[in-house]
Design a protein around this ligand. Sequence first.
Ligand SMILES: C[S@@+](CC[C@H](N)C(=O)[O-])C[C@H]1O[C@@H](n2cnc3c(N)ncnc32)[C@H](O)[C@@H]1O
Length: 226
Amino acid sequence: MRDVAPLSTDSYAGTRARVAGYFDGTATRVWERLTSDAPVSRIRQTVREGRDTMRALMLAQLPDDLHGARVLDAGCGTGAMAAELAARGADVVAVDISPRLVEIAGARLPEGLPGRVRFAAGDMLDPALGRFDHVLGMDSLIYYTAPDLCAALDGLALRSGQVVFTVAPRTALLMAMWHAGKLFPRADRSPVMVPQDWRRLQVAGLGRVGRVSRGFYISECLEVRA
Ligand SMILES: C[S@@+](CC[C@H](N)C(=O)[O-])C[C@H]1O[C@@H](n2cnc3c(N)ncnc32)[C@H](O)[C@@H]1O
């Protein structure tokens, strides 16, 4: 078992609090709609399509048959990934810092799936959630600074054989938006998204899976293997 540097709790907790306030407040209804079949603007439609593609890419990194596997959906949002994992037979823990999103995810979970899902409102890094064969973190670590991201990944990798997650890549567009302050929060907007150069992330066993770029959705899939 590897030693892990302690998480820089001030900055991690600060980011987590902003994320929780956003997803559990102003953004709950927007997020609920974006992750449904309801009509959305053309821009949001590209985001929805990009996210569907990313979810499929992430799931493709796991075995098709997940019977007997314990999987953490880290930052589950409204629960689309958790439902897909349970459809493959997994025993899923779906955790999110936003209790309102967890409630929506629970209400949306189809009945009769071969696997099961236990929902929890809280921090995805809570060791009390236990150990897992796989961890999936889709767009849930994109708000954390590189040191906090690396510490979070170290912690998750200690309790799992495989962590598949996404970051916002340092593309020209995202970096221009970052410098122009467009990725910074306003009262009614998303918390800060931090573009990352994955090659600079100091995490053992880190590898690149691939990028999804669809309209306004740009996200890079990475994985950590024990
Ligand atoms: C952009 S949403 C993505 C949700 C979901 N993974 C999906 O792809 O639909 C990011 C989610 O991560 C959650 N999140 C961020 N940091 C978290 C943390 N430290 N612990 C638990 N959930 C967290 C947020 O509350 C939010 O629901």
